[in-house]
Design a protein around this ligand. Structure first.
Ligand code: ADP
Length: 503
């Protein structure tokens, strides 16, 4: 048996992306950092991800298993490569397993190319889910490793729960395994045409309203919610919101039907990778006690984006350009913002219409707006450090990471009061200003007017340095590390096993 500390759990975590191997958004940050934190706290973690092209593996990646996966009635040969990542202060390495099937994963994108989803995404993630279960079986049967929990993330891994529970005869040795599904965004459910159900290899009886059927289509996330032992999401407010028609994206009824509810555990951040004191992406480092380096970062950012070096409020936007993020609301208030002495920087990719709109405002105000329509990790760090405020006008936000990075980098977040934004940014109010715990600004309506009011208030407060400075400091001092959240996950894993709570 693989040794674990007396209290340690054996956790297999499956996800379609994880930092530092593959990333399109916050899911990758969360999975990568949570896996490390659990390893650090004495648990034995095996992280399973697809073996995409150009993934940043070290040289010591080696072949760990050869699997035969049933796809469409035929066996498909899949290789599993292994990398063991040493974790400072931890008893074990973090074991990362890459599911290699090049016809499916050796591609330019993770889920899409040129703004179009790959047409075979159902097959790709069906194969991945089957491979995850074969890996668990392999760990148990051949390597004699016990596995306590299988932790799934989002629709791409949700079918693992369905196979496990709906085909118990195929997974006999895995019957004791407890499955947790974490929902990172209800807007992405893995919905495919009903005719493709046969590709899943699941019994046709499961294609029904009480199974995976969703108005005539297949809904992978729905299957995961029904068949997992427990379901969680990434903030307490989002956990409540998704029970309603406004935020549940059609699955609110399925969630409400779960007797045990949905647990909300707020994400942390990787405080080592996102640290203004040591960030290698920055031209100057700084601390809460000495913010002079932040000023230098602001000047460097202005230079990099060819904006005039002026001491005016610099407002930032970072994120996927989608309807969810509410950046269209920002487009609506840019003329007003430009009538004030401000600069704006935007980093994002996504919706072509939004990209065009941002390009148009950039053309109109070339020396006031800095625009990067690409994915650029280093630039995200430099914008977090060099800006004064970060805008997140999200229509919904399960947790949100960009505002957490802002807090850490002394950049004041202006957020719509929804999901994790409501839970992580302490709003500017007389009482919170007095107690020096305010860290940002909230607005409630998803409207341009509401956003503009919050922006105008923040620009007014920005001029009052004796009020602004404590806002920055309270944000930078907030504990955003994964420690607390990882403990809550361990509590949940143990609760699922009917064991005592760890904390
Ligand atoms: P979501 O997961 O919905 O995309 P989050 O706020 O939870 O949103 O996480 C977004 C993550 O992706 C952050 O780490 C952010 O810095 C990063 N990110 C988003 N867009 C870009 C981009 N264009 N370039 C670099 N990083 C980006």
């Amino acid at each position: 048996m693989t040794p674990v500390s007396e209290d340690g759990l054996n956790i297999v975590m499956a996800a379609s992306e994880a930092v530092p191997y593959a990333k399109t958004g916050g899911l990758a940050d969360v999975v990568g950092a949570l896996a490390l934190e659990l390893t650090k706290s004495g648990h034995h973690v095996t992280l399973v991800v697809p073996g995409y092209r150009r993934r940043a593996t070290s040289e010591c990646c080696q072949l760990a298993m050869r699997l035969s996966i049933p796809m469409d009635g035929k066996p498909v040969g899949v290789m599993v490569e292994e990398e063991n990542v040493p974790v400072t202060g931890a008893m074990y390495c973090l074991r990362v397993l890459f599911v290699r099937y090049d016809p499916y994963f050796d591609r330019q994108g993770l889920y899409q190319e040129d703004h179009h989803d790959y047409p075979d995404n159902l097959e790709r993630f069906t194969l991945f889910c089957r491979a995850v279960l074969e890996i668990v079986r392999n760990l148990i049967e051949t390597q004699e490793t016990m596995v306590d929990v299988l932790h799934l993330h989002d629709w791409q891994t949700a079918l693992c729960a369905v196979y496990l529970k709906a085909l118990p005869h195929e997974y006999m040795r895995l019957n004791q395994l407890k499955v947790l599904l974490t929902l990172h965004n209800m807007g992405y459910q893995g919905v495919f045409p009903g005719q493709q159900f046969v590709k899943t290899g699941l019994p046709p009886s499961l294609f029904s309203p009480s199974g995976l059927e969703f108005y005539g289509s297949i809904n992978c996330l729905k299957g995961g919610i029904i068949f997992s032992d427990a379901v969680s999401t990434v903030s307490p407010t989002y956990a409540k919101e998704i029970m309603t028609a406004e935020y549940g994206c059609g699955l609110e009824g399925v969630l409400v039907n779960r007797m045990d509810g949905v647990k909300g555990i707020t994400n942390g951040i990787d405080v080592a990778a996102w640290n203004p004191e040591s960030d290698p992406y920055l031209s100057a480092q700084y601390t809460v006690a000495d913010l002079s380096g932040k000023q230098a970062c602001k000047r460097a950012l202005q230079r990099e984006l060819e904006l005039p070096n002026r001491d005016v409020p610099l407002l930032a936007v970072i994120g996927r350009l989608t309807f969810q993020k509410g950046f269209d609301l920002l487009i609506g208030v840019i003329p007003e913002l430009m009538s004030l002495d401000t600069q704006i920087v935007v980093l994002g990719t996504g919706d072509q219409h939004l990209e065009k709109q941002f390009s148009a405002v950039k053309a109109r105000y070339p020396d006031r707006i800095g625009l990067c329509l690409r994915f650029d990790e280093g630039m995200a760090h430099r914008i977090e450090a060099g800006s004064d405020m970060l805008m997140m006008p999200s229509r919904y936000e399960p947790c949100g990471l960009s505002q957490l990075y802002s807090l850490r980098y002394g950049t004041v977040p202006i957020v719509r009061r929804t999901g994790g934004l409501a839970d992580t940014v302490v709003p500017f109010r007389p009482s919170t200003v007095k107690s020096r715990c305010a860290t940002g600004f909230h607005f409630i309506e998803a409207s341009a007017d509401s956003l503009l009011s919050a922006l105008l208030l923040s620009l007014h407060v920005y001029k009052e340095r004796e009020i602004w400075q404590p806002l920055i400091q309270a944000g930078m001092k907030t504990d955003l590390s994964w420690g607390r959240s990882a403990k809550l996950y361990v509590d949940l894993y143990r609760e699922m096993q009917g064991e005592r709570r760890e904390s």
